[in-house]
Design a protein around this ligand. Sequence first.
Ligand SMILES: Cc1ncc(COP(=O)(O)O)c(C=O)c1O
Length: 440
Amino acid sequence: MMLLGTQRVNDHGVLEIGGCDAVQLARRFGTPLYLLDEDCFRQTCRGYRRAFESRYPDVLIAFAGKAFLTTALCRIAHQEGLGLDVASAGELHTALKAGFPTERLFLHGSNKSPDELEMGVHHRVGRIVIDSLPEIADLQSVALRLGSVADVLVRVTPGVQVNTHTHVQTGKVDSKFGLCIVDGSAREGVSRLLASPNLRFRGIHCHIGSQILDLAPFREAAEMMLDFAADLHADLGVAIADLDLGGGLGVHYQSSDQPPSLDDYAETVVSAVRSRCDARSFPLPRLLQEPGRRLVGEAGTTLYTVGVVKHIPGVRTYVSVDGGLSDNPRPALYGARYEAIVANKAAQPSTQTVTIVGKHCESDVLIFDLPTPSIAPGDILAVQTTGAYNHSMASNYNRLPRPAAVLLSRGRADLMVRREVLADLVRCDRLPGRLRKPTP
Ligand SMILES: Cc1ncc(COP(=O)(O)O)c(C=O)c1O
């Protein structure tokens, strides 16, 4: 059994997280229920900072909010001294509502709307990350109109292919994201920025992919980015102040996963940056990181109540839970694999292998072939490592209300997102006048 963060099995044989009994949490808040182990999240933020700050003079770690963004998590990220990467007006709005310092915000997006650009400039976010050539002229006119000067990074695709799911390979040439180095559009982007009076070029950004478990691609990306910086220096006479290498470091979804340690990861990145800068006698740029999954993934657990158990002799046992695709689309999107613990039987040995399925009108498989003790309706299943890209990717498919999210620390359980109720599902519905008369 894999136990992560503060997870442990208590004397009653029940799974405990953040000092809270998972079965009591299910009773108190209902299921499905997102749990966030606050101490685990904070420790990982600190470990990430320590790994880089002990090796490099000028670093900012920005939490990639797309992984899991609530006002409470913005507050914690701020308390932990992080910046925040936001990728839409909604994420920016959440950060602003939480009072996150705008100078530590990074505004991303491969197709930012005029309103999003305007919000970024108006609120003077720390950096706006340019993702395409047309965006440069658009942003220049917004900044001119608002009488402002925006600090920008240019997102580039360094052409690094990583061994992760194709849907989350984002740094290769064949990608919708960023400006390509090899075809010259990244250089062209920087050149246009230098000619834009209301935009200040601050540096370059890349994000090569997600759930990456080997270090070589990170080294390769850092080297390619600095080679590109050297070209910019030679061709355009410009130096980069910021080098943003994105996020992407993997986590344990299964006991067999072997994500690199934060120290090994930081050592790889920092040594690549230092050696390339030394070789060219460049001053060290500020180093930016944008981890999402690594900071919050393992801190999350989702509780479900077991419903129908269908045993097909000689074939499979299906165990249905009261959520699924709508609270965790990752198995369907990426074939993502998870482990889970029967929270109320956490001390019992596994005696069977079952398939955990959700309640949606799709095959909706959450976990294939999970070893469990004997399992029955009413049991509480705790799916692990659901902190990243679960709550943030949730939907109302089949008109299921989205679950609550609870923050756990040292025996305290506090609601940070309330559960949706049925009324929320029709809140935005409007009945056109011609449908208002009762049907005869
Ligand atoms: C620009 C950018 N930065 C950071 C991240 C965070 O990635 P991860 O959660 O893998 O660390 C993403 C994820 O898609 C991203 O697109």
